[in-house]
Design a protein around this ligand. Structure first.
Ligand code: SF4
Length: 243
């Protein structure tokens, strides 16, 4: 499929989301794919609002890109931050860099700094849109284009789910889309500064995220999906739980 065809499909989906699910929100962490979606929203004047989560641990290069994106597109970007009290409690109990000590503590940090602000961002919204792609990692190979986010109770769309790295970067080059300087220094996927590092050529796109953990753990909880229990197993669990 050509880039023009893929772009036309993504644009048609974005238009449908804007029409059918107001207010529709684009969640951006300023990755290259998020920037592609931002460019489509701005270029075509779509009624889709942008928001981001500033965890308090983002690299300077990402903050610089936020400003360049504002200047380039002139779009308002809602910024959600962690709750002060929750953050104080986390740091008081476990220190500022607890995430290196265990998966559980890393998930708690992500819950306070990312998932809780996300939940606030999605209150009373019609749908949310992300730049998630199947090619990004072993944890994303089944990302659907259209989904239902049962955790937040609203439709979720991933218009670039089937796009490869080549398509994303071809779009970036074709439209002069601003991207994070860290991409040029070997960071294909960029999150919080202490939890992201450069990857070697040929490594998984998200291999530099939480690199000290097993690959299957490397998600932050923003894209949780309910655990599906097979019917037979569910019956066994229910019968065992019955008094
Ligand atoms: Fe905390 Fe790292 Fe998660 Fe950022 S990516 S919220 S610093 S554990």
């Amino acid at each position: 499929m050509t880039l023009d065809t893929r772009t036309a499909e993504a644009l048609a989906l974005l238009r449908r989301i804007a029409d059918d699910h107001p207010p529709a929100m684009l969640a951006t962490s300023f990755g290259a794919e998020d920037q592609v979606l931002t460019d489509l929203v701005a270029r075509h004047g779509l009624r889709i609002r942008l928001f981001t989560i500033d965890t308090g641990r983002l690299p300077d290069e990402t903050h610089a890109l936020v400003e360049r994106t504002r200047e380039r597109y002139g779009l308002p970007i809602d910024v959600y931050v962690p709750d002060t009290r929750e953050l104080q409690n986390l740091v008081r109990e476990h220190g500022v860099n607890a995430f290196y000590r265990s998966v559980e503590l890393r998930r708690r940090c992500c819950a306070v700094r990312k998932s809780a602000p996300l939940a606030r961002a999605l209150v009373a919204k019609g749908a949310w849109i992300t730049g998630m792609r199947r090619a990004q990692s072993v944890t994303r190979t089944d990302v659907p284009v259209e989904d239902h986010d049962a955790v937040h109770g609203l439709p979720k769309f991933n218009p670039l789910a089937a796009w490869g790295d080549d398509g994303v970067w071809a779009y970036v080059r074709a439209h002069g889309v601003p991207t994070n300087e860290l991409h040029e220094r070997g960071y294909p996927s960029i999150g919080c500064a202490p939890c992201t590092r450069a990857v070697a050529p040929g490594e998984d796109t998200r291999a530099g995220r939480w690199w000290w953990e097993n690959p299957e753990n490397r998600e932050c909880g923003l894209h949780r999906r309910p655990v599906v229990i097979p019917v037979r197993e569910a019956s066994r669990v229910l019968s065992e739980a019955s008094p």
